[in-house]
Design a protein around this ligand. Structure first.
Ligand SMILES: *Cc1c(COP(=O)(O)O)cnc(C)c1O
Length: 418
């Protein structure tokens, strides 16, 4: 049996129809070098999706490998429940210097969805602790994606990924339009105003709705939303699981939304360990944290604050600065956008930093990506949007290669409108 068949026989892949799994030539990775993944047959693929947006500086980065090895010689994991771990303290101290949250405190988890779940429950308990009754609902946006646990799924829009299937389990939320609607912030601000007494928090993805197919909104909208939340005393949660750690050209997308925008809660995940280990964190402002004095937060994950992940995350944060990675993101972003706009047959291109969505002809998204993979560039579609999310350290010639392969795949797809 070949590896894809062995894989399909025992491994159940998320968001994948397993009966068709082997039809789409899945890449079964054995190892990697830099920006390339290498499969069990020795074939190489440029990782143009950064292992679904988690990888930042490529694979097997010597400094990150070393940080992991060094931490192994100390301890792999110890619990955060009622106890501490030195490297987790050091990581939180380093993050405190850079996150766009006032007087930040860090609650660690393992997945982005868990960071969102923690933020929802923190907001809920925040009001309860102060004896404020009735602030138990949330406002989220159309096309939003915040993860797959039932709480984060409730925030998600029902127009993608089959969330509607779980409607009987999902709690209802107030819904503003998606970023495709230029009036979405006006509506959101009005909803905040009209529902101040019942809203616990507003949850929003700053600048880019990733899983919606890279839908983008201007910074002024988020500034207006933050102002509306402040005026109505509704908590603001920024979900930067996708946009954090340099993806949009600044360390955090919130930085681009104006100096006055400081969320009460910030969710981070994906790139936090450079794509090495599962780690996520909910960052709470001093105001949230102080409200819990004398009380425990009724929540905690077994592997939250894993020491191996923390050691890699700490080294990674410093490496982003040492290598001036953000400058590369901005340069490669401009190059990628200019090159993609010149590709014939592409219907729309949306780029923010190194988050990029390319709309191709209706019905061709899957085939375009399959053809790109066959040509050695790993891409995945969301519907008919090809998602291009290369590592933050991608080179100019690698950007050329991604665009050339994608252009070839678009050209060769039958049935495209000319
Ligand atoms: C990926 C993502 C999540 C969920 O993170 P997981 O680690 O997959 O649970 C949440 N919010 C946003 C914006 C994301 O892109």
């Amino acid at each position: 049996m070949q590896w894809p068949e062995r894989d399909a026989a025992v491994v159940w892949h998320g968001f994948t129809d397993m009966s068709a799994y082997t039809d789409h030539c899945p890449v079964v990775v054995e190892r990697a070098e830099g920006h390339e993944l290498i499969d069990t047959e020795g074939r190489r693929y440029l990782d143009a999706i950064s292992s679904v947006w988690v990888n930042t500086m490529g694979h097997r980065v010597p400094e990150l490998d070393q940080a992991l090895r060094d931490q192994l010689d100390l301890v792999a994991h110890s619990t955060m429940l009622g106890n501490g771990n030195r490297v987790v303290v050091e990581l939180a101290e380093a993050l405190a210097e850079v996150v766009p949250v006032a007087d930040p405190h860090f609650l660690f988890a393992s997945d982005g969805a868990s960071a969102v779940e923690q933020a929802l429950k923190l907001a809920f308990q925040f009001w309860a602790l102060q004896g404020v009754r009735g602030r138990t609902t949330y406002l989220a946006f159309g096309s939003a994606y915040h993860g797959d646990t039932v709480g984060s799924l409730s925030l998600g829009a029902d127009d993608g990924f089959g969330a509607a299937l779980f409607d009987p389990l999902r709690f209802p939320v107030l819904r503003a339009p998606g970023y495709g609607d230029p009036g979405c912030f006006d509506v959101a601000c009005r909803l905040v105003d009209d529902n101040a007494g019942t809203l616990a928090a507003v949850v929003v993805e700053p600048l880019v709705q990733g899983a919606a197919g890279m839908r983008m909104a201007p910074p002024e909208g988020f500034e207006a939303l933050a102002e509306a939340c402040r005026a109505a005393d509704v908590l603001l949660i920024h979900d930067e699981v996708a946009t954090g750690f340099g993806r949009t050209g600044t360390l955090f997308a919130t930085e681009q939304c104006g100096r006055r925008v400081r969320p009460d809660l910030l969710c981070l995940g994906k790139g936090i360990t450079g794509g090495y280990l599962p780690m996520a964190v909910t960052v709470a402002s001093g105001r949230i944290y102080d409200a819990f004095a004398g009380h425990a937060f009724a929540h905690g994950h077994s592997y939250g604050g894993n020491a191996l992940a923390a050691a890699v995350a700490l080294r990674h944060l410093r490496l982003l600065g040492e290598r001036d990675v953000l400058a590369n993101v901005r340069e490669r972003s401009a190059q990628l956008e200019a090159r993609l706009r010149s590709v014939p047959g592409v219907e729309a291109v949306r780029v923010k930093g190194l988050l990029c969505g390319v709309d191709v002809a209706p019905g061709s998204g899957r085939a375009v990506c399959d053809a790109s993979v066959a040509a050695g560039v790993l891409l995945r579609p969301i519907g008919d949007t090809v998602i291009v999310v290369p590592p933050l350290t991608i080179t100019a010639s690698e950007v050329e290669r991604i665009v050339d392969v994608l252009a070839g795949a678009v050209r060769d797809r039958p049935g495209r409108p000319v």
